[in-house]
Ligand binder design. Structure first.
Ligand SMILES: Nc1ncnc2c1ncn2[C@@H]1O[C@H](COP(=O)(O)OP(=O)(O)O)[C@@H](O)[C@H]1O
Ligand SMILES: Nc1ccn([C@@H]2O[C@H](COP(=O)(O)O)[C@@H](O)[C@H]2O)c(=O)n1
Length: 231
């Protein structure tokens, strides 16, 4: 593999389509890519009981263990394997077991605050922000939280109004300014195809790490549906 790895950050609001974009652009590259959900770095809350964990603001930056993420990302970038924590949404806490993750040519960090931390941003080669209207995102979130995460509708609505929406406005939306590219409507096919091509080239070692980002951005901005954040 090539050291350092090529690191992509994918941020955006809840339900924007971050996971979907990340999955689609890495679909055909096999094991050359590691996808890291930021959720894995939620603080260990084993010292709290379930009722207390239910009250935590999971959309505030303080909910994450940034030191551990910086340390593990550095290790991966420099070619060392890490034992990554895993997250269980049903208990609002980390699982007991960690999973060994080997370094790969491409690393994708994906999560609501993936572009929040300056030091982590400095480690990234390509910063993306997935932008989708809030009404679409909340509808997706209701469906996901009720169906997949075992939450009740009233709880999802309360959480959205009390923490998810205000934290989005205070921290997540403003992190968009760190993006090299903004992807409207989430997994739009033009953006996905071009990014997939880029990931495949990096995974195959076809580009140096001193790739011409500006050329790539220019190509993207020439396509309908993809904006450069520097416009
Ligand atoms: N472009 C899209 N069109 C339709 N549905 C989408 C699109 N992108 C994502 N979804 C759906 O929306 C839900 C949330 O998407 P996901 O990628 O998990 O968002 P995020 O990771 O940003 O929270 C999923 O059910 C997913 O299938
Ligand atoms: N115990 C938890 C931890 C996080 N959340 C919510 O998850 C959202 C982030 O995940 P996305 O896939 O939607 O980006 C975030 O908005 C947290 O509110 C939770 O509900 N419970």
């Amino acid at each position: 593999m090539t050291i350092p790895s090529f690191v992509i950050g994918i941020a955006g609001g809840t339900g924007a389509g971050k996971t979907t974009v990340s999955r689609l652009i890495t679909e055909n590259v096999g094991e050359s890519v590691t996808r890291i959900p930021l959720d894995n770095y939620y603080n260990d809350l084993s010292h709290l009981d379930m009722e207390e964990r239910e009250e935590v603001n999971y959309d505030h930056p303080s909910a994450f263990e940034w030191d551990l993420l910086r340390e593990q990302l550095t290790d991966l970038l420099e070619g060392r394997a890490v034992d990554m924590p895993q997250y269980d949404f049903s208990i609002h806490n980390r699982k007991d077991e960690r999973v060994r993750v080997e370094p790969t040519d491409v690393i994708i960090l994906e999560g609501i605050l993936a572009l929040y931390d300056e030091e982590i941003n400095d480690m990234m080669d390509l910063c993306l922000y997935v932008e989708t209207d809030a009404d679409v995102r909340i509808l997706r979130r209701i469906q996901r939280d009720v169906v997949d995460r075992g939450r009740d509708l009233e709880g999802v609505m309360n959480q959205y109004l009390s923490t998810v929406k205000p934290m989005h406005e205070q921290f997540i939306e403003p992190s968009k300014k760190h993006a090299d590219l903004i992807i409207p409507e989430g997994a739009n096919s033009v953006a996905v195809n071009i990014l997939e091509e880029k990931v495949q080239a990096e995974a195959a070692g076809e580009t140096g790490r001193d790739w011409e980002r500006k050329d790539f951005e220019k190509r993207l901005s020439e396509n309908v549906g993809v904006e450069s954040s520097e416009d």
